[in-house]
Write a protein that binds this ligand. Sequence first.
Ligand code: GLC
Length: 394
Amino acid sequence: MKVREKFIIADTQYQQIAVDFAAQMAFGIQGLPSCFKMLPSYLPRACGQERGQYLSLDFGGTNVRAVLVELAGCGRVNIVRSAARPIPVQLTGSAAQAEQLFDFIAELIAEVAQAEQAYALGHTFSFPVRQTDINSGVLVEWAKEFATAGVVGSDINSLLRKALAARGLVSVQPQVLLNDTVATLLAASYTDKNTIIGSICGTGHNTAFFDPTSNMIINLEAGNFDLLPVNEYDLLLDAVSNNPGRQKLEKMTAGRYLGELFRLAVQREDFAQPFALDTQLLAEIICGQDARFDQVEQELAVAIVQRAASLVAASYAGVLSYLNLEPGRHYSIAIDGSLYEKMPLYAAGIRATLDRLMAEQTEHIRIFAESRGSSVGGAVAAALASKSFCEEDI
Ligand code: GLC
């Protein structure tokens, strides 16, 4: 069998993945054993009339960003100021301490906040956090190869508050803690009230959905879905990762891993180092822009990306079937993340596979890029926490 063929999955298998995905959601929501954590966000959707200036902190991918956002109501948004910086790798390893990581974040917030002004901050922290209310929650485990010491088991906004206080930024008040999938759903629902799924296809992969029963957005931690047809390269990647046996769907679909999967499958001496081949290069190979790679290798790269997109689509089909939607109504899926925005074939692959898997039932399903998910979503969450919208507007 050619290496490329090992990355091809039949539609019948994608159908099965959708069925299993929905079943795992149903188990998770009932508190039965499930690969999903089903983490409550304590947040409803946006009503579109939230107003005011809020600070948004976005932490959990390749960059950390602080953004001052003005919500103007009627779905209108202005970005007032922002600062972003790549997270130094030495802060993400197990040798680094929580205090060092959160001081780096506080330093960035200081660039956006003015000392004399008070700010409510929405903290988008893109890892599995078990919350007890809108503003408190502990990190369950790291993902995406992060391993900083002293964060798992700690209350995330307490760590942030301490770091802000140490820098004299007491006027910045963290008021909400939320996952990036929740932020994406919130940001999207600020302008599109039909949004029922928020998803990230970036460094990591995860999905949240709006649960009408609890009137709350729930974070699946979908990257941990594991009823999947894996090949020998998936197993190899899993074995050398920081979290073997965990986050199997994420390892087959997300930006942190796709280049590595290709590197393991292609076995070239000039790319002997683990993680030496990133998603940027994978995108160039797919477009035939790197003469070092031949057509067979290009087709392999295409197969890896197409499988990733199709797996994500199958997971959305699973969520939609779990939600048991009203026929004929419009629903929206909002996606944020670099892979969805930039990786050739990825966005088109999601749409095409969803259409195939759901046959004629997809014309009412809008899939769109919500590229300001974490900044606007964090601000909307802070507005919801401070109830800064006119009740009569709803
Ligand atoms: C990882 C995290 C999850 C996050 C996703 C996307 O899967 O566990 O919380 O939403 O990455 O950033």
